[in-house]
Design a protein around this ligand. Structure first.
Ligand code: SAH
Length: 261
């Protein structure tokens, strides 16, 4: 078996433009069928009925994407985006400053406005998000303090989408990372994590990246072992099987975990 994609592989081979086009574009986004619906509806629920909100949300492994922050910007005063790769942080900054070369998220912004039904249009929503994201930082999952040398003040809510299974080579590492991330959350604060089960690879253009194939029981066990309390867990099967050669996940997961007081 090919070895797990290293940080160096990400630095050299992860192309944000290709990733966005392939997974999120209105024309051919592989993740539009199932993933986006699953995450955006669960996030909206969490920040409305679910009562999660507060001062600061920290997004870990933001990548070049903003869809995951569209509902959060209504529930938090401040959002901090963060990713390992400079090319991804540059892509986020482009969208934040409304650069003509930024990815067009309008279709998903409209989707969130429809789900939220608070009367906002895409332009107002974009402005709210742009005003709420205050920082775009570098993080590295492989450091005990992923923001080293910066010590982050603990936040009300940590969010992470499709990052840990793509950057942790085994369950031991995944569990250690969950423990390390706990230091970033205030006691009583939340960790919201979204990802995919049984995924062993995904393509970005011609480049193949590895993933840790997670099983539901192992995933939940990793949270228990790291000292979180799982408040909610949601699983949904993939329905669109037409793109299995691009990525082989079979289910999606959402875990809302609490750091005990
Ligand atoms: N959150 C986005 C991006 C997921 S792609 C989405 O939902 O689509 C996987 C992400 O993991 C990439 O942004 C990549 O830069 C990040 N990643 C890879 N290695 C990492 C590491 N060592 N530490 C933190 N993030 C890493």
């Amino acid at each position: 078996m090919a070895s797990f994609s290293t940080p160096q592989v990400y630095i050299e081979q992860f192309n944000p433009k290709e990733y966005l086009q392939e997974y999120y574009s209105e024309e051919d986004g592989v993740l539009l069928a199932d993933w986006v619906d699953f995450t955006l509806r669960n996030l909206n629920d969490t920040f409305t009925k679910g009562g999660v909100g507060g001062n600061t949300l920290l997004d870990f492994g933001t990548g070049p994407t903003i869809y995951q922050l569209l509902s959060a910007c209504e529930a938090f005063d401040k959002i901090i985006a963060s990713d390992f790769l400079e090319q991804n942080r540059a892509e986020i900054r482009k969208w934040l400053r409304n650069d003509p070369d930024a990815f067009d998220w309008t279709h998903l912004i409209n989707f969130v406005c429809d789900v939220e039904k608070n009367g906002d249009d895409a332009e107002q929503k974009s402005e709210t998000l742009r005003n709420t994201v205050k920082q775009v930082m570098k993080c590295d999952v492989h450091k005990k303090n992923p923001y080293d040398p910066i010590v982050m003040p603990p936040v009300d809510c940590l969010l992470s989408c499709l990052c840990l299974e793509f950057s942790c080579k085994d369950m031991y590492t995944f569990t250690e990372v969950l423990k390390n991330l706990q230091a970033l959350i205030k006691p009583g604060g939340y960790f919201l994590i979204f990802g995919v089960l049984s995924c062993s690879f995904y393509y970005v253009g011609e480049k193949r990246f590895t993933s840790l194939p997670l099983k539901q029981e192992e995933l939940e066990m990793a949270f228990y072992k790291s000292g979180y309390v799982i408040e909610k867990n949601v699983y949904a099967p993939r329905t669109d099987m037409s793109t299995l050669e691009i990525s082989d996940f079979d289910n999606m997961y959402y875990i809302r975990a609490k750091k005990p007081k």
